[in-house]
Design a protein around this ligand. Structure first.
Ligand code: NAD
Ligand code: ZN
Length: 350
């Protein structure tokens, strides 16, 4: 089959690789219908995620059709269309039992990024993918939800919601700021809106993305290259600062920006994947009673979010800006990587 293979920092190749095969009785093989590119793929390609080594097939999102099922799989069958969670999880290890699916140990005892597609196991930017622990890792695509809409549920919607909104403890009436209005930040904006905040402020260097954010429910936008960006945010909060600042970029500067605008007793929810250490001014954070949270998405909210997408309470197609065919995936990367020029959000690869 053809797949997009990571070749080391800055290098990737669309090439022939062996077809995946069932390795465990709990596996399935899925023929991809749609996949997409995530900001995390760009981090991997920059070399920010050194655990990902050359030879790995990239990609952790998508929808496909089951072509083979392992002997222990009873609730799924060949021909079913399924949404892949970006992490597969065994459902029975110590971490899974605690709901920390992102740290699933699996039967091999491999925690951390072990079961995220396109990290230590091969990913979805390919014609076929092997899905370990299938019965606890995929969701049937319901009638009325398209594969394109379903693809947005693999990662970005659960990530923006779980690590941004839920960890940030957004409450009715809160002022929420989201720094980084890429697909993940927009997912945080769209799902923060479900909680009735008084304002959602979208902050980005890219004025186009700030504008796009209004379609997802942002009430206000601030372009962070404006010299007075912080004053603009404070002016929207009666000078107090925001209740919840969500970081959805993954660079030290934007984490610091969150700290700069959060009010005493507020919450900084870091979603971005950082490739470099971030300085914490603990003396300032401590005296201000700030809570900081962060982490890998667990995708345990995927089923709930899927219902909201089916009911159009979350308009998944708003995230899709471009579509490409799988054999044009390199062009898709180019367009996604130059989002400031191309106005790309989620690029769907069919
Ligand atoms: P993206 O690259 O498409 O979007 C990032 C946005 O940040 C862009 O709109 C960009 O213009 C903006 N930006 C860049 N520099 C900025 C600055 N200095 N100030 C303000 N805005 C700035 O990425 P994405 O796909 O939306 O993902 C966002 C982050 O979430 C990435 O770091 C990604 O790795 C991470 N992520 C985390 C998890 C998790 O489990 N926690 C899961 C998926 C993605
Ligand atoms: Zn991702």
């Amino acid at each position: 089959m053809k797949a997009l293979v990571y070749k080391g920092p800055g290098q990737k190749s669309w090439e022939d690789v062996p077809d995946p095969v069932l390795k465990e009785p709990t596996d399935i093989i899925v023929k991809m219908i749609t996949t997409t590119i995530c900001g995390t793929d760009l981090h991997i390609l920059k070399g920010d995620v050194p655990a990902v080594t050359p030879g790995r097939i990239l990609g952790h999102e998508g929808v496909g059709t089951i072509t083979e099922v392992g002997s222990a799989v009873t609730s799924l069958k060949v021909g079913d269309q399924v949404i892949l969670s970006c992490i597969s999880a065994c459902g029975h290890c110590d971490y899974c039992k605690q709901g920390v699916f992102s740290h699933c140990l699996g039967d091999e005892g491999r925690s951390g990024i072990g079961w995220i597609f396109g990290h230590l196991i091969d990913g979805t930017q390919a014609e076929y993918v092997r899905v370990p622990y299938a019965e606890t890792s995929v969701y049937l695509l319901p009638a009325g939800v398209t594969p394109q809409q379903g693809t947005v549920l693999s990662d970005i919607l659960p990530t923006g919601y779980e690590i941004g909104v839920k960890y940030g403890q957004v409450k009715p009436g809160d002022v929420v700021a989201v720094i980084g209005a890429g697909p993940v930040g927009l997912a945080a904006i769209a799902t923060a809106g479900l909680y009735g905040p008084s304002r959602i402020i979208a902050i980005d260097v890219d004025a186009n993305r700030v504008e796009q954010a209004k379609k997802f429910g942002a009430t206000d936008g601030v372009v962070s290259t404006d010299a007075d960006w912080k004053d603009q945010v404070l002016a929207l909060t009666d000078g107090l600062g925001v209740d919840v600042a969500i970081e959805a970029v993954g660079i030290p500067q934007t984490f610091t920006m969150c700290v700069d605008i959060v009010r005493p007793a507020g919450h900084v929810a870091n979603v971005g994947v950082h490739g470099h250490p971030v300085e914490l001014a603990l003396q300032d954070l401590w005296i201000s009673n700030i809570t900081i949270s962060m982490g890998l998405v667990n995708t345990d909210t995927l089923g709930t979010l899927l219902k909201l997408v089916a009911q159009k309470k979350i308009v998944a197609e708003n995230f899709v800006s471009h579509t490409f065919t799988l054999d044009n995936i390199l062009e898709a990367y180019d367009v996604f990587g130059r989002a400031a020029e191309t106005k790309a959000l989620k690029v769907i690869i069919n």
